[in-house]
Design a protein around this ligand. Sequence first.
Ligand code: NI
Length: 224
Amino acid sequence: MTLTPTPSRWIPDLKAVSEPGAGFTPALTAPGAVAWFNASMGSMDAMNVMNAAWMIDRLERFPQSLVALLSGIPDEDARWRPGPEHWSMLEIVCHLVDEDLDDFGTRLRMTLEAPQADWPLIDPVAAAVERDYRSRNLEASLREFRAVRRTEVAWLRTVEDADFTLEATHPRLTHPESGSLRAGDLLSAWCAHDALHLRQLARRLHELTVVRGGGFDAGYAGDW
Ligand code: NI
């Protein structure tokens, strides 16, 4: 399927459902969550203040979490999928590499430096097949992700004080509310994207546990 660029706060959720198994989190935009967020931030104005340093710190630390979670797992597990429509843990790591390069890195740079320029199209689902993620090696892909993220974080440190209200008005952004994305939306979505795929990886590990448990029931742990 073609991933249509989508605006502002909707990006994490729509991207999530466009990628195999990433899931969907309506609670993120539920009224209760919004009310809690407003109360915790003190005012609506506070919502427009980008804590870029916090975001960049999270982006910098994520590879450590990923490596701690996945490094050394059996190759068979890295390639395991619950079904043909889902990504394996290896494919998820490969996707994270490409998202840093082709999606968030590229589009945030363009929004800050040339907000009127057309974004290159991306299609994460097709890329997984065309770039043959399944032929790759997990450890090598983890190393590649660490290297790519290190480069991206180094660049982000140079734009930490940039104007994150800069907005890309893009003809392919067709959301009725705005049709545009701010740099801060992209940086937030980049950080949120890590968390979404961490959740997806945890789900794979949960599913694998059930499979490797044979006839034993893991349900005592609680519902997923
Ligand atoms: Ni993704």
